[in-house]
Design a protein around this ligand. Structure first.
Ligand SMILES: [Fe+2]
Ligand SMILES: [Fe+2]
Length: 212
């Protein structure tokens, strides 16, 4: 049964952004921009899901002897592919296709900070990049959901389902990083990443893309 629009939207997800580790909130002006360019947002969203699956599999390639990572990242990649299929089906119903590969300055900024000198930090940093991408995506989906939950019920249902999935995903990346070092080192590095991400995000909010 198709739920009425009153069943859809922000209320049960209101607490979600507060549960995220992020140090800054996306401005409402970004949600207004994405809502006004929803097909562009969705076309970019599909690319993000494809990239998320590839990122999970790339970690399997980097760390094939880490059984827990291989298992959890393979499962994540499969889930991201299911998200990709769902966004693609929605795009097709709306008469659109997946966006072409494009530059994503926010993700490129994160990747550019990854420590390449030390193997132990490299693994932690790669996992933290995954955690931040998932956490910010979750925050963006929830922010946009608040904007469109009555006007675009089908897109709202998608975001309502994917927001909690991305929350689960950032926690998964963080838990994998937690195994790699002592608590103090982990926290110091994580806080540095959170500050860096907040600075990167402050430059955004001006494109109707997921991380724009
Ligand atoms: Fe996803
Ligand atoms: Fe995800």
């Amino acid at each position: 049964m198709r739920p009425s629009t009153s069943d859809i939207g922000a209320p049960d997800l209101e607490a979600l952004p507060a549960e995220l580790p992020l140090r800054s909130a996306t401005p409402t002006s970004w949600a207004e921009l994405a809502a006004a360019n929803l097909d562009l947002f969705l076309a970019d969203h599909a690319v993000c899901e494809q990239q998320a699956a590839l990122f999970g599999l790339s970690l399997v390639g980097h760390y094939p002897d880490d059984d827990e990572l291989v298992e959890r990242m393979s499962a994540l990649a499969a889930e991201e592919v299911s998200h990709l299929r769902r966004v693609h089906a929605l795009l097709r119903r709306r008469g659109h296709t997946i966006a072409r590969r494009r530059g994503n300055p926010w993700v490129q900024g994160l990747r550019g900070r990854v420590e390449k000198a030390q193997e132990d930090l490299l693994k932690i940093d790669r996992l933290f990049v995954g955690a931040l991408i998932e956490a910010r995506s979750c925050e963006r989906f929830t922010t946009l959901l608040g904007q469109i939950h009555t006007s675009e019920p089908e897109v709202a249902r998608l975001l309502q389902d994917l927001g909690p999935a991305e929350k689960r995903h950032w926690q998964m990346f963080y838990e994998l990083a937690e195994r790699e070092t002592d608590g103090e080192t982990l926290q110091r590095r994580w806080h540095g990443w959170l500050d860096f991400e907040a600075e990167l995000s402050a430059k955004g909010g001006v494109e109707p893309t997921v991380h724009g």
